[in-house]
Design a protein around this ligand. Structure first.
Ligand code: FES
Ligand code: MG
Length: 599
């Protein structure tokens, strides 16, 4: 209105907060507002529209991203919700990452996306932000950036895809991608059949339909209070998903400019403990542990008591696995939704939850649980994939943190997804692959000296070693053993594994092999390796002196290399990445993005 330009008056408080307080300064505050209005009016907005809270909507649509293919419809529904609630919806793009089309890995680009998200939220005149996304790295990147930018954020995931069908059996990305490929590799399926399976594994828009990383992160966002209870599981192509989008738009207007709903205020230690409880109870993706550590490290203060990998392990010891979805169990996300989804699960988990944790609706998590309609089938009954708290699928510790001389900085195993539970306590001799390329070259060789009791070790797929820490940790069973019917072996690496995969697979070993002091980097063929999940132990039976000798040898090689080749120069984002990425237990975030840095 005209009073916005009256130099004798303070800025008109009914003008959108973001417009009044935008960071771009062109001189006096009135002139800055005057200029911002010049340009936003070029988009056709009226004074009336600009007197409303401005709700930013982050649009991560891309034609390379099938997990986000429904974003145009969601965007329309969020805008409807914003406008019905009296706000002004303004969408803007950030980069879009799909798991399969983000070479070398989507994880390599997660931190870039979080920086894009953070800086665009900070830069633009928004009073609150709806973050639309869904594929694995998107939600963590958005939450990391959102916490750092610290304007009220609301998540809206795109939602899971529908399952497909092959020979009358339901199949879905991507647990069944792996099992079917393994069957083809083992000669149990011919080329026509595997091609038919390829057509059905991802039959609709949306995120992978099992409890992989995308679904896990969606459940954690609910536990953190950043999404409505039904928001984690409604199918991407459902009308329920669109109604959740509309609801999110309205919630964003109510959250606009609310100090207490800024993520650094809203998210407390209790919020993160709730997220960890849910992570264990759903048998969530191992990747979520890396993301959670990165997210937590973006938060400037958690009441003095840090949350570490040990917290996750400790909480796992009294958290039962309650959700029967692949890869730990049998069902798909559509089954979870039909079973009542997060609302039904949180009722079961009540005794373990911090019910006073605040949510973006302005109500506590406990109040949200009480308000939710209880319409699903009987929990624990034949039509539900959710178990009763005291009749769990797996008693505790779906995700286990390991330590020992092979992983002084920690490692993780998803014990609930082990196929051969005998391997959770195992001693065997190492068969070592020094890189992903070495593995590819030798794993199927008939001459490979390996038995079913061997321990397959893959080095140099950690955050620095193979920038982006690829999901190559699910080392395939050597073909000659697979042909004999071996379906699981103890496998160890410093890399990650898809959240949709299963097996007895130790991941995220820290420090990674590319770091010269890394014991994993010093392991050799024939070393005896011990995994004891019960005792949380991962060790190599090599004398300390011998390990020290090997490390000294590795250091000499490194020094020699540097002397011959001169200092390594790596340009661009990759240079930034290898210089600043931290280890898995700190979330593989950039050191300069942690909350303890200055802005
Ligand atoms: Fe996007 Fe699985 S590929 S969620
Ligand atoms: Mg994945």
């Amino acid at each position: 209105s005209n009073s916005d330009y009256d130099l004798s008056q303070p800025l008109n408080p009914s003008t959108a907060v973001g417009l009044r307080q935008g960071l771009t300064s062109y001189g006096d505050a009135h002139f800055s507002l005057f200029l911002r209005k010049v340009f936003i009016k070029a988009l056709g907005y009226s004074e009336e529209a600009l007197s409303r809270p401005i709700i930013g909507i982050v649009n991560t649509y891309s034609s390379f991203n099938p997990c986000h293919a429904n974003i145009p419809q969601l965007l329309e529904a969020v805008k409807r919700g914003v406008h019905l609630a009296g706000g002004l919806a303004v969408d803007f793009p950030t980069i879009s990452l799909h798991e399969s089309f983000a070479s070398p890995t989507s994880m390599y680009l997660r931190n870039l996306m979080s920086m894009d998200t953070e800086e665009m939220i900070r830069a633009q005149p928004v009073d609150s932000v709806v973050l639309i996304g869904g594929c694995d790295k998107t939600t963590p990147a958005q939450l990391m950036g959102g916490i750092s930018a610290n304007k009220p954020i609301l998540h809206l995931v795109t939602g899971p895809m529908m399952p497909g069908s092959h020979k009358g059996v339901r199949i879905g990305a991507c647990t069944d991608c792996r099992s079917n490929w393994a069957a083809y590799r083992a000669g149990q399926m011919d080329i026509e059949e595997i091609a038919a399976v390829n057509e059905e594994l991802a039959p609709s828009a949306g995120t992978c339909g099992v409890m992989g990383t995308a679904s896990t992160m969606a459940c954690l966002l609910v536990a953190l209070g950043l999404m409505p209870l039904a928001g984690a599981s409604a199918a991407a192509v459902s009308s329920a998903r669109l109604r959740i989008a509309e609801e999110t738009g309205g919630n964003a207007v109510r959250a606009a400019g609310e100090e207490r709903l800024r993520p650094q205020k809203l998210l407390s230690r209790d919020s993160f403990l709730n997220a960890i409880t849910v992570l264990q109870a759903i048998g969530g993706s191992t990747n979520a542990v890396v993301h959670l550590m990165a997210i937590i490290n973006r938060h400037p203060g958690l009441d003095g008591e840090p949350i570490t990998l040990e917290t996750i392990d400790e909480m796992g010891r009294h958290t039962p696995l309650l959700v029967d979805l692949k890869p730990s169990g049998e069902g798909y996300m559509t089954d979870f939704h039909a079973s009542g989804g997060m609302a039904a699960l949180l009722v079961q988990l009540r005794p373990l939850l911090k019910l006073n944790a605040m949510t973006i609706s302005g109500r506590t998590l406990g109040e949200e649980i009480d308000l939710a309609p209880k319409l699903g089938p009987e929990v624990g009954g034949p039509n539900s994939v959710i178990s009763l708290f005291d009749r769990p699928l797996y008693p505790s510790s779906a995700l286990v943190i390991l330590r020992g001389n092979l992983a002084p900085g920690g490692a993780i195993i998803k014990a609930s997804a082990s196929k051969d539970r005998g391997l959770l306590h195992h001693r065997g001799q190492a068969v070592v692959f020094s890189s992903a390329a070495d593995l590819a070259a030798r794993i199927d060789s008939p001459d490979l000296a390996v038995t079913a009791d061997s321990v397959l070790i893959l080095q140099n797929i950690g955050p620095i070693g193979h920038p982006g820490m690829p999901e190559a940790g699910l080392i395939p069973i050597p073909r000659k053993l697979a042909a004999q019917g071996v379906t699981d072996m103890l496998r160890i690496s410093d890399g990650r594994m898809s959240g949709t995969a299963g097996g007895t697979v130790v991941l995220h070993v820290s420090p990674e092999a590319a770091v010269v002091e890394s014991p994993l980097g010093a392991v050799r063929d024939g070393d005896w390796v011990v995994l004891d999940v019960e005792r949380r132990l991962l060790k190599v039976e090599v004398w300390e002196e011998e390990l020290a000798r090997r490390t000294a040898e590795r250091r000499m090689v490194e020094v020699d290399d540097a002397a011959r080749k001169g200092p390594r120069k790596v340009r661009g984002y990759r240079g930034l990445y290898v210089k600043h990425v931290n280890q898995a237990e700190r979330g593989a975030d950039f050191d300069f993005l942690r909350a303890d840095g200055e802005l």
